[in-house]
Ligand binder design. Structure first.
Ligand code: AMP
Length: 189
């Protein structure tokens, strides 16, 4: 299965993506995780990405698309993948579509985790305290939510029009939300 998991920062995408990818036996491809790994290793990609991440802005499409193209071309992604945090812009949607189309492939579904924004801010503030992520200060959290609303939320309509969007209530215990996602996709655990 080729899936995309969407939702605002703090919706629980990373947590759910890990579980769902495990159930499906496909790689969990998180652009945020790949960027963070590059930041820790101090690679040129990490040095470039950090400037944007620390401000709560998106890393430029050219950089992000090249990174995803490289990751999805690896053998483990051949049977399928779960994308977490990509695509996030209209240009990334077209680029992903082109990457898949050139191999005669398409997405099976785009899962939207629906959450209340106040709940999300609370979760992000807590995560900042627990994990000390440098992009989790309150001002940056606000900026990230604003960027999501401007650049990523409009993609939901694009995928809805393509008949790919599956909206799932993201509120509740991790296991409950996982159950809803699997049920919405008709996947048995
Ligand atoms: P995440 O962990 O998915 O919230 O991503 C953390 C940060 O990495 C984001 O706030 C962006 O700065 C950057 N990032 C992750 N995915 C993308 C993407 N698809 N396009 C641009 N920037 C991204």
């Amino acid at each position: 299965m080729r899936l995309v998991l969407m939702g605002p920062p703090g919706a629980g995408k990373g947590t759910q993506a890990l579980v769902i990818a495990g159930v499906l036996g496909v790689p969990h491809v998180s652009t945020g995780d790949i960027f963070r790994a590059n930041v820790s290793r101090g690679t040129p990609l990490g040095i470039e990405a950090k400037r944007y991440m620390d401000a709560g802005d998106y890393v430029p499409d050219g950089v992000t698309n090249a990174m995803v193209r490289d990751r999805l071309s690896q053998d483990d992604c051949r049977p399928g993948f779960l994308l977490d945090g990509y695509p996030r812009t209209v240009e990334q949607v077209s680029e992903l579509d082109a990457m898949l189309r050139s191999d005669g492939l398409r997405l099976d579904a785009v899962v939207e985790l629906e959450v209340d924004i106040d709940e999300v801010v609370g979760r992000l503030v807590k995560r900042a305290a627990d994990q000390g992520r440098s992009d989790d200060s309150e001002a940056v959290i606000r900026r990230r939510l604003e960027v999501y609303g401007e650049q990523t939320a409009p993609l939901l309509a694009v995928y809805r029009d393509q008949g790919l969007l599956v909206a799932v209530d993201g509120l509740g215990k991790v296991d409950e939300v996982t159950g809803r996602i699997l049920a919405a996709l008709s996947i048995e655990r």
